[in-house]
Design a protein around this ligand. Structure first.
Ligand SMILES: [Zn+2]
Ligand SMILES: [Zn+2]
Length: 99
């Protein structure tokens, strides 16, 4: 029994999406699991939710209805979700500035 450490704590882990080993890879913790990615596109590909209506990758907040994620309120409405607003829709009220 030899207790030899193979590498001195500097192991490069391959990207969890494409398997590429890159010296500038980074780790992302997501729902208790740690992933390694070589680029943000791989991270988004693996972790980002997809719109339940149009299927695009949701990189922003998106909108959520009953744990289903949509890229925008427009898509959510197409799937029957009501009472949803895009973030940013709340700027209807114009604030007057008095000099
Ligand atoms: Zn990758
Ligand atoms: Zn969508």
């Amino acid at each position: 029994m030899t207790s030899s450490t193979k590498e001195s704590g500097h192991t490069q882990r391959p990207c969890d999406t494409c398997g590429n080993i890159y010296d500038k890879s980074f780790e992302v913790m997501h729902q208790g699991a740690v992933y390694t990615f070589d680029c943000f596109e791989c991270a988004a590909h693996r972790l980002a939710p997809h719109c339940a209506h149009c299927g695009c990758t949701v990189l922003g907040h998106g909108v959520e209805e009953n744990d289903i994620i949509y890229c925008c309120a427009h898509c959510a409405r197409h799937e029957g979700a009501e009472d949803l607003k895009d973030r940013g829709d709340s700027s209807e009220r114009i604030v007057e500035t008095t000099m």
